[in-house]
Design a protein around this ligand. Sequence first.
Ligand SMILES: [Zn+2]
Length: 226
Amino acid sequence: MRAALLCAAAELGVGAPGGQPAGDVAFATGPVRCAHGRLRGSLRIVPDSPELPQPPLESVIDHVIESNRQYAQTFPGPRPTPPALHLAVVTCMDSRLDLFGALGLQIGDAHLIRNAGGVVTDDVLRSLAISQRLLGTREIAVIHHTECGMFNFDDVEFRYRLTKESGIEPQWRVPGFTDLELDVRISVDRIKQSLWLEHRNSVRGFIFDVASAEITEISHTSPIQD
Ligand SMILES: [Zn+2]
């Protein structure tokens, strides 16, 4: 980080008189190499000024790439494209939901269809139609969860802010909810009513507790009958 900062300063020919480093000041007393290992000259004090181009912070994606290299070394190999358990799961994108661990799934077992809130949008129905008609899934589990960011989410305010800041009105909605169980039942009901899907007899809804990792099944009763 420091070397990269000095590199950026060296390329601009920026320097400062000698003295003690303090506060937002980067310094070096000997030869300086940039992040690429090239010798860039010798600097003593470089003010950390906002006028200087700042190097990018180290990306988390760099760590992800390294993790993938290690993962691939022990990867057992490809699996068939159709999910082995003929299962599709619709759930939230929340980072606390480890579906493989929580549901005992293995690679190649199920389709995992995720978005903000696990909402059954038209795009989710599109994916489910492909999942069933092209890749042979027959059961669907809808899993919403406690502490979801979409709880009490104000779709109108969010869309207004996006429109105001970008000048473009979103053509999609991001519906939130105020009753978690009811939202699960509405989601299950929407799937069951979709005539694009071949298999609608086994569509079940659950709530995942992010504190305990336990899932609780919600009754199949249609919210329309309540
Ligand atoms: Zn969520």
